[in-house]
Design a protein around this ligand. Sequence first.
Ligand SMILES: Cc1ncc(COP(=O)(O)O)c(C=O)c1O
Length: 464
Amino acid sequence: MISVDDLQPCETTPPDSRWRRIVTPIPAPESIPIIRRLRKVEAYSNSGMPPILWNEAEGFLVRDPYGNQWIDLTSAIVMANVGHGHPRVREALHHAADTKLLATYAFPTEIRLELLEKLVAISPVPDSKAILFSAGTEATEAAIMLMRRQGQKIHPEKVGILSFADGYHGRTLAAGLASGVAGSRDWIPRKSVRHYQIPFPFGPTCSSGEGPGHHCDEQCFQKSLALLEKHQIDPELIAGFIGEPMPGWATWPMTPSYAAALKSWAEQHNILLCFDEVQSGCGRSGKWFATEHVGVVPDLITLGKGLTSSVPVSVVLGRKHILDEPTPGEMSSTHGGNPLGAQVALASLKVLEEEELVLASAQTGELLLAELQKIAVHFPEQILSVHGRGLLISVHLRKPGGCEPDIELANLIVAESVRRGVLMFGTGRGFLKIAPPLCIDPDAALEAAQVILDCFHHCVKKGS
Ligand SMILES: Cc1ncc(COP(=O)(O)O)c(C=O)c1O
């Protein structure tokens, strides 16, 4: 994350651009008292973003109240897939607000029916059912609960959950356990609640030592199993696996060979698979679901974020018998499938289809990736790898001579690019995350890549 003490305005040069407009020092002096007031009343954990006061966001542009405008590479943290404030999304919001039906809990409504029919129609899991929630983390909780309940039907102690270290699934209890890396700051030790992790198969840092060109395969999965065995974890007592088929942090799809090995091991031990597509879903990876890159069909899929590009709606999709196991009252949420969220999700899915944004994500993503990869040619010492699919791309920085992430340089580049009119956020983990709205004009995406290259020239020179 960017340093939260960074409220010192820096002089800027107005960019010569159709899209970027920077007319004040950054952070804008007038925004500073407001940001300070916000920080005074809001928990510290929410202060890690670049100090830009959002006033308007439209399409792939973000504006503050002082005349500055950025090309947005954040999508408000990989959420605004159809673009910010899409007219059809706003129309759906107006329409929903003008009906005399704002909330229903689980009472039947036609709008919820329409959305659920759409979701099961596009689900890669055959014969799917679905249930709606609000936040992505709620979908994670429900998916983990469903997998544990299925496990218990086989053996009372078959409740273990396996996930990838470094992944992210949300902040609630089960989601928090599935995320990150086990460590001393864990507020609940994972093993005591039968939560286990294996490394994510990330080629550039895989223990195979082959470097950025390596694509983890079946052998890498077998090595992970050896780790489980070493810790005497019995797969017969694992109920489910949750992982991102293309994790937000790595933007590196699980390979079909690795996924096939995972699936066959899971089948052998009656372990269910849940792919978390809260971030990678809804066209972000250049396909409707990142699952489609991976070549195996999971039992459950979670979606959120890009499902509405605005208000909170999430979903668990998956095999009928798993979704139907809890009885009425055992799995529900007050706002899940509320008429407003349902209307907006439907509108958003229609925009993705009608504006062919999944194809746009694939095509613009390919252009942008090629352009960003050129940066690695200029800075081979500082860049470990540039990769991604669709508009979910990352530039992994390293300290020269090894693979250790260069968090400081990544933060400097983010801060400099914000001063030049390209909005990114600090990941705090030594990589740049590039995830613009899928509707970004390809020329704007290329311009943003050029700005990032300029920032490397500026920051590497300054840092060395
Ligand atoms: C892959 C993944 N799963 C789950 C979540 C949690 O979603 P939410 O923040 O809506 O709870 C996120 C959020 O970033 C995510 O990226």
